[in-house]
Design a protein around this ligand. Structure first.
Ligand code: B12
Length: 333
């Protein structure tokens, strides 16, 4: 992310805020004005309320209506455009070049820069169509069959990861609902755990290093990234401790000490604002002993910035094996 777009995100909260209580998150205000409240929009799209207000002042978009109490209410077409805007910004476009454009222009921009475009793959398309028509047993069967046929590594890299991106694109385009995402996550998680368990069990107690703790920080509710990362760490013969989602910092620190952890691996999608990620990582770095490494991954554009030497951005799943090998070379075991 460039410095100028970073500034557009990192703004101080404003005092005296009529939106603060956000009393009408979704629906119709007393006056009959329909729209979605600023808190609900910010959460859904992965922005802060202050960013939305700054854009309104600086670029004239979004342009919400007001409830009788003065709270901002965003009509559906502005929400749709905001989703597209966020995805373009995540891909590196600047707010100044994007926010004032009409939605058609933004759609062309997204198409020409590959944002939200899926690579052709008939089998993945078939899986999406099973999800869409509610054929969950069939979906689970195909996922498990492909996983059994291909093995853990190929399943993660060729199916689970691109399928997650496809499901996200279909959700953004309105062709899958949030409950489809839940069902998709459930099927992928249970398949991956089934495949991973025997190797994970066999590694336990062998004294293999590094010992890796995996989790997400508060506010990051997406768990497939750390699960996929766990699969790759396990295949690299690391002993993994999976804490699941949204672990408070002090609990991470306690688990690190209790399990003699070498690396804390965290995953970030684009839902957490850049500033929240920076604060969380700075605080965690200060709380952990210096020999414990923090490795971060995931699609959050905030990870593209330069981190201090105590935080390493691992760009994707495939480089995990090599990064672990480098750790082993540099560590005194
Ligand atoms: C499944 C899903 C959900 C499920 C999550 C269930 C669960 N228990 O995990 C549910 C339905 C709960 C959900 C909720 C939400 N979601 Co959602 N979700 C997804 C989906 C389809 C997959 C999520 C996921 O786990 N991705 C994480 C991994 C798999 O992908 P990745 O970040 O690109 O990371 C890759 C690599 O970098 C690497 N990696 C990841 N982590 C790590 C870590 C390390 C150490 C390493 C080395 C590598 C590595 O592995 C990945 C595979 O290549 C994505 C689509 C997508 N493209 O990710 C949307 C997506 C992340 N969700 C989104 C949104 C907006 C939301 C909600 C706000 C609204 C909603 N849909 O309900 C809430 C917010 C919840 C919260 N507070 O965090 C948006 C975020 C967009 C944005 N700019 O903010 C996405 C991108 C969908 C979209 N296209 O718009 N979601």
């Amino acid at each position: 992310m460039t410095n100028s777009s970073q500034q557009d995100f990192d703004v101080e909260p404003s005092a005296d805020d009529p939106d603060a209580s956000d009393p009408a998150p979704r629906g119709v205000a007393a006056s009959g004005v329909t729209g979605i409240g600023i808190g609900a929009i910010a959460q859904e799209i992965g922005l802060t309320k202050d960013t939305l207000r700054v854009w309104e002042r600086r670029y004239g978009f979004p342009q919400p209506m007001r409830s009788p109490g003065g709270e901002r209410l965003y009509p559906q077409e502005q929400v749709t455009k905001l989703r597209l805007v966020k995805r373009l910004l995540d891909a590196g476009h600047r707010p100044s070049k994007v926010l004032a454009q009409p939605v058609d222009t933004l759609q062309h921009l997204a198409e020409s820069s590959g944002v939200g475009q899926d690579a052709p793959d008939a089998e993945l398309d078939h899986l999406i169509s099973l999800l869409r028509k509610g054929a969950y047993e069939e979906f689970r069967f195909w996922v498990l069959k492909r996983a059994t046929r291909d093995g853990l590594e190929r399943f993660v890299l060729d199916v689970a990861a691109p399928l997650a991106a496809r499901v996200g694109n279909a959700w953004a385009a309105g062709s899958l609902q949030v409950y489809h995402e839940h069902l998709f996550s459930e099927a992928i998680q249970s398949t991956m755990r089934t495949l991973m368990r025997p190797l994970g069990d066999a590694l336990r107690g062998r004294g293999g290093r590094p010992r890796v703790l995996l989790t997400t920080l508060s506010g990051e509710g997406h768990g497939l990234g750390i699960l996929m990362a766990e699969a790759m760490f396990t295949l690299s013969e690391c002993e993994c401790i999976q804490l699941g989602l949204q672990t408070p910092l002090h609990d991470i620190v306690e688990a690190v000490s209790a399990h003699n952890i070498d690396i804390v691996a965290l995953s970030f999608t684009a839902v957490l604002p850049a500033q929240a990620i920076a604060n969380g990582l700075t605080d965690l770095r200060n709380l952990l002993p210096s020999h414990v490494r923090i490795w971060v991954g995931g699609s959050s554009p905030a990870l593209r910035r330069k981190w201090n030497e105590g935080v390493v951005h691992v760009a994707g799943l495939a480089p995990i094996d090599e990064t672990v090998a480098e750790w082993r070379q540099s560590a005194v075991l």
